[in-house]
Design a protein. Structure first.
Length: 481
């Protein structure tokens, strides 16, 4: 096992420092990868250490420690991709992986390998002042206990608390046949809690989390208090809540976590692999108006400390901010190297992978809508009868058609321009492009949700999302008929 030392600040040499693969080894691996006719090859070295603690029944009674380590090698030739990985960084195993990836090509021609370029220097969007590696279990347990005790103190109906703290440090070294390389240290930590409350014969539960690319400095009393307040208040609201009358009605989506609908129902359809294959409803619509001119939608890798941020994507493209929709016009898709080459445009830095075992594909990072020009109060007052929701959970989306169904654990009815009774267990049904086009009001209260959002698309990556409060003219609300 390789012992990783915290060495931030020596980024140009860290790839060699961490993985022990000098220039000659890397050059030979790339030559082997291209030996059967590839046009391009890259090497993705990764070392990840993650630790977890779980508190249950007022005590931390479960811990976990995992080390993952290996190399993924990719070869591109025309429309074909060859990919292989190894969990052992011996010369023999790395060479075998390179030759296996090379087997995609059937031409004796070989692209050249460029070397000698200095490692790329990108921005650091997740500086760490107190590395997780410097803190053991004894430093972390008090925070879980403090969260547990605070939640119990807030409401006598609290029956059970399950809290989890997970921290992760990944070291990534990337080299390609174009002579480009980068080294990145990627922190990621999540504090999550589930609370169960009982009121008479009724039992309800609620969940909350916060996740950042930060070090141990994220563990503050303020964070503990914020999570405790949210999980107790959202669970308390479920007691006495009913289901709304079903049917089509205006839907007000609250700021922050409602952005998951933006991510799922619209964002995936902007990913350029779906565009390239013609399976997205937005294929061929670049430059068209897709919504009101006051709407701007961004996919951003540059939000400091954000769960979805990246100094570089997993293909060596610097992190950047991309306007998908600008002033209501479809402005850009989300590209990796393959789709960027296909459409003859620069990559937007959206090539991402779960880890070294996976091929990079276009994925979102932090997807959000920018501010509008009214207030949430203005929006609520404009609705004679509708529903207000801001706590989305799981959902299903058809990329080709854009149809979606989302489950909302709780919300509020709107009656006569005022928030009314609490409702729960709601299905929101609609079509992504139509819902986007039906946004008629956008507030100036935009926020990014720091929940532990994870996006699944054959593989899993950390993302985040956000939006201001908006009014969608009409969606189908599933409830009581």
């Amino acid at each position: 096992m390789i012992k990783i030392q915290h060495n931030r600040g020596c980024r140009e040499n860290d790839g060699l420092f961490v993985f022990g693969v000098d220039g000659e080894i890397r050059k030979k691996l790339l030559e082997n990868a291209l030996s059967k006719g590839g046009d391009y090859a890259d090497l993705y070295f990764e070392h990840t250490v993650d630790d977890g603690l779980v508190l249950l029944d007022n005590e931390v009674n479960s811990t976990a420690h995992n080390v993952d380590f290996g190399l993924g090698i990719r070869v591109l030739k025309g429309e074909r991709t060859g990919y292989a990985y190894t969990e052992t960084l011996t010369p023999e195993s790395m060479t075998d992986a390179a030759l296996m990836a090379a087997a995609i090509a059937d031409s004796p021609a070989c692209a050249s390998v460029s070397f000698g370029m200095d490692p790329m220097k990108g921005e650091n969007y997740y500086p760490v002042s107190d590395p997780w590696e410097n803190h053991g279990i004894s430093d972390k347990i008090p925070y879980l206990k403090k969260l547990n005790d605070l939640i119990f103190s807030k409401d006598s109906r609290v029956l059970k608390v399950i809290a989890q703290l997970k921290s992760e440090s990944s070291h990534v070294f990337f080299v390609n046949s174009l002579g480009e390389s980068f080294y990145d240290e990627r922190p990621l930590a999540t504090l999550a809690v589930k609370v169960v409350m009982k009121d008479g014969a009724d039992t309800e539960s609620s969940f909350s989390s916060r996740s950042f690319r930060k070090g141990f400095e994220m563990m503050t009393d303020s964070l503990i208090g914020e999570i405790a307040d949210q999980v107790v208040s959202s669970c308390s609201a479920l007691f006495g809540a009913g289901q709304p009358e079903g049917g089509e009605m205006p839907v007000v989506m609250g700021a922050g976590s409602s952005g998951i609908l933006l991510h799922e129902a619209i964002g995936h359809a902007f990913e350029a692999d779906f565009i390239r294959k013609g399976t997205s409803i937005f294929a061929g619509r670049l430059g068209e108006r897709v919504c009101d001119s006051h709407i701007n939608i961004v996919d951003d890798a540059t939000v400091p400390g954000n769960r979805g941020s990246m100094d570089f994507d997993d293909e060596g493209v610097p992190g950047q901010k991309t306007y998908l929709v600008r002033n209501g016009i479809l402005n850009s898709y989300m590209h990796d190297r393959i789709s960027a080459k296909f459409f003859n445009v620069p990559s937007t830095g959206n090539g991402r992978r779960q880890n070294f075992r996976y091929n990079p594909i276009p994925r979102m990072r932090c997807t959000y809508m920018e501010n509008g020009d009214c207030t949430l109060e203005d929006i609520i007052k404009s609705v004679p009868r509708g529903i207000y929701v801001d706590n989305f959970t799981n959902g299903q989306v058809k990329i080709g058609e854009g149809d979606f169904t989302f489950f909302v654990s709780n919300g509020r009815m709107i009656e006569g321009g005022r928030l009314a009774k609490h409702v729960k267990n709601i299905n929101i049904i609609g079509n992504g492009p139509k819902a986007l086009a039906d946004i008629t009001m956008t507030a100036s209260d935009a926020s990014i949700s720091d929940f532990a959002w994870t996006c699944g698309k054959d593989q899993y990556v950390p993302v985040s999302c956000g939006m201001p409060s908006v009014l969608v003219r009409k969606l189908t609300v599933g409830g009581v008929r």
